[in-house]
Design a protein around this ligand. Structure first.
Ligand code: NAG
Length: 200
């Protein structure tokens, strides 16, 4: 039994799937541009993410769900620059690999590309509570990369009307249906419990 387990784990290390993610390739147009292609993946433990740099100057940097546009001190591909004359799918583009060790969510942004708040983010194994959509919404609310605007946002004095409208729209959207469903679930359960008590 022990030998079978060891063999199984060796096989998964050797034969783990490869998830190639284009960086600096727009997933909607398929051309060189903003972000990651694809921008959300679900690898298993033992799989490998291969960041393939498709154009311009980009980097894949690990961040967090709450702060999508700030390095968490984890993985950093370094800045990779590709000759402008190369096609988006040219052979031999620079790659940097990352081994996936478990199915915990991992979050990344393109630091060198500088368009994190416009959607240059990647979610790996997003969950039911930490979703890809909410991660992207968090990125859209992130302060701009320059230190001056970041401190202005932190002071809380520069929030615009459109910012706060956007924030309330995105934060209320997903929570209201969930809350309603939860309340229905609880009252339904209470009704069943009451029925059971009544029968007894
Ligand atoms: C998985 O483990 C390897 C080897 O320890 C490490 O280099 C890599 O950074 C880990 N992957 C993640 C996503 O932390």
């Amino acid at each position: 039994m022990k030998h079978i387990l060891v063999f199984a784990s060796l096989v998964s290390v050797v034969y783990g799937a490869v998830y190639t993610v284009g960086v600096g390739k727009d997933e909607t147009t398929g051309k060189k541009g903003k972000g990651f292609d694809p921008s959300s993946i679900h690898p298993a433990a033992g799989d490998t993410i291969v960041f393939e740099f498709r154009g311009g100057s980009h980097s894949a940097v690990q961040s967090s769900f709450a702060n999508p546009c700030t390095s968490n001190g984890g993985f950093n591909s370094g800045v990779q620059t590709v000759d402008d004359n190369l096609e988006v799918d040219a052979p031999g583009l620079p790659t940097v690999s990352l081994l996936v060790n478990d199915t915990q969510p991992l979050w990344f942004f393109d630091e060198a590309g500088g368009l994190c708040s416009e959607g240059a983010v990647l979610s790996v194994n997003p969950s039911a509570t930490e979703t890809d959509a909410q991660f992207k919404a968090n990125a859209a609310k992130a302060p701009a990369a320059s230190p001056s605007s970041a401190s202005a946002d932190a002071a809380g004095t520069s929030t615009t009307a459109s910012d706060s409208a956007g924030v309330s729209a995105t934060s209320e959207g997903p929570t209201t249906p969930t809350g309603a469903a939860l309340r229905l679930g609880v009252s339904g359960y209470a009704a069943l419990a009451g029925l059971a008590v009544g029968l007894l």
